[in-house]
Ligand binder design. Structure first.
Ligand SMILES: [Zn+2]
Ligand SMILES: [Zn+2]
Length: 426
């Protein structure tokens, strides 16, 4: 049944409606079915529409002469196309559409919902259908689905139609429930909130996969502190633990090499890096590195107090080979060999929000998740792909600018927040 209040077919393009009679399912089904229809614009260019296309449709209260921004159109999906044949040989093409509601439609359908969090380009997939005359169709548009809980959600730039909720018009319910996808405060993600403290930090772990407002995390003291016991993945301890069953290492040489890598690999960075989209466990980065068989020279073996040479050095001076040793490369060495930009992306917090302008609607979530997976695979001995950037930036037009968190109007650096659920760095 067509709705009475919101949308009737565009008046100027709908002679039947002008006559006061609405299209009904019964009447529609008496017309001949078609798979496509064409609409010619003012420049005599044909626009083709077919079943399942998601289309911009001129709102009934707008004149065809008005020039509208694309986001001002109604959005509907073509469900069925039928043509009404008239006695004079002409016909009228009618299209059954499923509506995608904008913020205004949603607030009138769902009074309890704060529609101010709905972006101008956002639409809610409704369960409501209508019959629209073909001349009201403007163009086919690209509408992306946005799953707020998916750590690999493809990047959605701003000024792109997207949909994250389904609206049951009669049941007056949203799916998924906003309270299950967002922050504990209950306020859904607002892509247009320009307050830098209102960006959301996402925890990618399988049992979390929620985003929390930075302000809510700070207010709840979900932050790392100096005496916080989150040092399981402290690089030195983790490395020592990984090597314990092999041969003890001298911690002084370890600390020295850690310094060489510089501030990029701060303990906070390593904790962010160890928060994986694939496991609820803290990733023990050092333990991912496989054992390498190397030969040891007689000179090395005679002086066990000296730091061991690295694998490649040993191979080069293997004139007096004496024994085989298993020695994994250190975490710092392997990370140090990776492109600096890859590490920089992987160690970012996963953030989305209005103040993260280059993060688009979805934020840097998929880029960082992909970068972390790539870093883990390289630690495990896989080769760095030549085109590693295209592995991370799969969406056209995206680059490292979309991955590095820079917040417009931020007066302080990003606080070291943790997930209130699993306590990992986010
Ligand atoms: Zn919140
Ligand atoms: Zn978590």
């Amino acid at each position: 049944m067509p709705r009475k209040s919101l949308r009737s077919s565009k008046q100027k393009a709908n002679p039947v409606d002008d006559g006061g009679s609405r299209m009904t399912e019964k009447k529609f089904l008496t017309f001949s079915p078609f798979s496509t229809f064409l609409v010619q614009d003012d420049d005599n260019v044909n626009h083709k529409f077919q079943k399942n296309n998601i289309c911009a449709i001129l709102p009934s209260d707008r004149s065809p002469e008005e020039s509208l921004e694309l986001w001002q159109y109604w959005i509907g999906q073509v469900v069925e196309i039928r043509a009404e044949e008239h006695e004079d040989g002409t016909n009228t093409v009618w299209v059954k559409v499923k509506w995608f509601y904008n913020a205004q439609d949603t607030s009138s359908a769902l009074k309890s919902f704060d529609a101010s969090v709905i972006d101008p380009w956002e639409r809610l997939e409704s369960d409501m259908h209508d019959y629209v005359e073909s001349l009201a169709f403007e163009d086919v548009v690209n509408l992306k689905t946005f799953d707020e809980r998916d750590p690999f959600q493809s990047f959605i730039p701003r000024e792109t139609f997207f949909s994250r909720y389904q609206l049951g018009y009669k049941s007056r319910q949203l799916k998924p429930k906003p309270s299950t996808t967002g922050c504990s405060c209950g306020q859904p993600y607002n892509p247009n909130d320009m307050d830098a403290s209102m960006v959301m930090h996402f925890c990618p772990r399988p049992s979390c996969r929620r985003a929390f407002h930075q302000r809510c995390l700070v207010n709840a003291k979900s932050k790392e502190s100096l005496n916080r016991t989150v040092t399981v993945i402290d690089p030195i301890k983790a490395d020592t633990k990984a090597q314990a069953s092999r041969k003890p290492r001298q911690s002084t040489s370890k600390q020295a090499s850690l310094k060489q890598v510089g501030p990029t690999l701060s303990p906070r960075s390593l904790r962010l890096l160890a928060c994986s989209p694939d496991t609820d466990e803290v990733v023990d980065l050092a333990s991912l590195i496989p054992l390498t068989i190397v030969t040891q020279t007689a000179e090395d073996a005679s002086d066990s107090s000296r730091p061991r040479k690295r694998a490649r050095t040993s191979k080069q001076s293997s004139a007096t080979q004496e024994a085989l040793l298993e020695q994994p490369r250190s975490l710092v060495d392997v990370l140090g060999d990776m492109p600096g930009d890859l590490i920089r992306i992987a160690e970012q917090p996963l953030v989305r929000g209005g103040a993260f302008v280059h993060g688009g609607i979805t934020g840097n979530i998929c880029f960082v998740s992909r970068a972390r997976q790539l870093v883990y695979s390289i630690l495990e001995g896989e080769a760095l792909p030549d085109d590693w950037e295209s592995v991370i930036f799969q969406e056209e037009g995206t680059s490292i600018d979309n991955a590095i968190v820079t917040l417009k109007g931020a007066t302080r650096s990003i606080p070291p927040v943790v997930c209130p659920n699993c306590q990992s760095a986010i």
